[in-house]
Design a protein around this ligand. Structure first.
Ligand SMILES: Cc1cc2nc3c(=O)[nH]c(=O)nc-3n(C[C@H](O)[C@H](O)[C@H](O)COP(=O)(O)OP(=O)(O)OC[C@H]3O[C@@H](n4cnc5c(N)ncnc54)[C@H](O)[C@@H]3O)c2cc1C
Length: 386
């Protein structure tokens, strides 16, 4: 039961790493505790897998070291992955903002990876949970529910903590800690946010979506926000959640590109209500709940009141109390510190032969195909080295 390399986790990063190493003639085993490989791939992108983003750069990622991702992203680009998708004749399309999705099913991406694994001679064992890993000299002994294995290169590709129902575990972080590697605090990300207790309840607005610009400091995203029963979701909120922590205030511009103060000033003599003037730009049902007095006639408002209304619409300061947690988060921020790893090979600097790739590393992408591109690129880099 000796292999040149063992990869723990048959997700996007693990499978891609195994393919690359197998193509180089390495004897590779992938162990997966689920009954099937790639379960997260199957549920990704609403079942259509947003498998890459054509505009990927290191700026689309959150990490303690924003430069760490550059080398791997340059070594395997979105167009490299698209070439593979085309070679397998998988139909795809750009949905928006460079996001490439399967036109059929996410299963096509998984089937492509499994076909490539078999071409590369990669062995995959499912229902195989790793219990313990021991280092003896320059070898790793991996004890699992399907036997003990020996290898000189051990790749940890066990992903993050989000969506435990499809098999996410903290195994990778525990293993890293046991070998003395530093872990950056893990938090749910790409996740809906819940209002803090001191925010008014907007549950009657649940289901309303508004094109908005959402900011924390200088970081901002313009896409829809979606009111939920307890807080906000929608792409712009998921994006900002990567940067959010409880002490940070979020500012939301509900009329990006418009000038609410100017519109109200121009209507200063109008007998129309505030709500009716702004209702050309925002849903009436929303304004009735959101504005303090939507029925007030604009001509009765002083300049200060008009300014307050404009600020509420274009600089709504929201306090969130918490996220909706790992069971609703698409990804996990934090993870194995990049300071512990080579950015070229993903090998641990202190434990030769031990590698960490994919989401278990402290590199987290925005919404839009970036996280899979990170999985492919980091897997490819490690697969070239093991
Ligand atoms: C609902 C949802 C939708 C998403 N959609 C997209 C999208 O469209 N585009 C995008 O870019 N990203 C998307 N993501 C994020 C993306 O799926 C992940 O970032 C990516 O899968 C990470 O790849 P990975 O290989 O590092 O980890 P994973 O894909 O999570 O793979 C880790 C594997 O390790 C296995 N494992 C864990 N512990 C053990 C153990 N102890 N022993 C053996 N095996 C173990 C797991 O079962 C799993 O198969 C989505 C995430 C979710 C939850």
């Amino acid at each position: 039961m000796r292999f040149d390399a063992i990869v723990i986790g048959a997700g996007a990063a693990g499978l891609f790493c195994a393919i690359r190493a197998g193509m180089r003639g390495r004897r590779v085993l992938v162990v997966e505790h689920n009954t099937e490989p790639g379960r997260k791939i199957l549920i990704s992108g609403g079942g259509r897998c947003n498998f890459t983003n054509t505009g990927t750069s290191s700026e689309n990622f959150v990490s303690e070291n924003p430069h760490f991702a550059k080398s791997a992203l340059a070594g395997f680009t979105p167009s490299d992955f698209v070439d593979l998708v085309r070679f397998h004749r998988i139909e795809y399309h750009e949905k928006k903002l460079g996001q490439l999705f399967c036109s059929g099913s996410a299963r096509h991406i998984l089937e492509m990876l499994l076909t490539e694994c078999s071409r590369a001679g990669v062995e995959i064992r499912t229902r195989c949970a790793v219990g313990d890993v021991e280092k003896r000299g320059d070898k790793f002994i991996v004890s699992s529910s399907c036997g003990d294995f020996e290898t000189g290169s051990l790749v940890v590709a066990t992903g993050g903590l989000s969506f435990p129902k499809v098999g996410a575990t903290d195994f990778g972080y525990r293993l890293a800690r046991r070998f003395g590697l530093r872990i950056v605090n893990t938090r749910p990300a790409l996740v809906p946010l819940r209002f803090a207790d001191n925010e008014p309840a907007y549950s009657s607005l649940a289901g309303i979506a508004i094109d908005s610009e959402v900011s924390i400091g200088k970081t901002s995203f313009r896409e829809n926000i979606l009111f939920t029963h307890h807080g906000l979701s929608g792409p712009a909120i998921l994006q900002i959640s990567n940067y959010w922590s409880p002490e940070l205030e979020v500012s939301i511009d509900l009329l990006p590109g418009a000038d609410a103060a100017g519109i109200l000033d121009a209507a200063a003599d109008s007998k129309r209500s505030v709500g009716s003037i702004v209702s050309d730009l925002l849903p009436r049902r929303f304004l009735e709940t959101f504005l303090p007095s939507p029925d007030r006639v604009v001509s009765q408002l002083g300049e200060r009141s008009r300014r307050e209304i404009a600020d509420r619409l274009q600089d709504w300061r929201v306090h969130f109390g918490r996220t909706e947690g790992f069971h609703k988060a698409e990804v996990t921020t934090g993870g194995v510190s990049t300071s512990e790893l080579s950015s070229k090979t993903f090998e641990s600097k202190s434990i030769p032969g031990l590698y960490f790739i994919g989401e278990v590393v402290d590199v987290t992408g925005w919404l839009g195909g970036y996280n899979f591109q990170w999985a492919w690129a980091s897997g490819f880099a490690a697969g070239n080295s093991i």
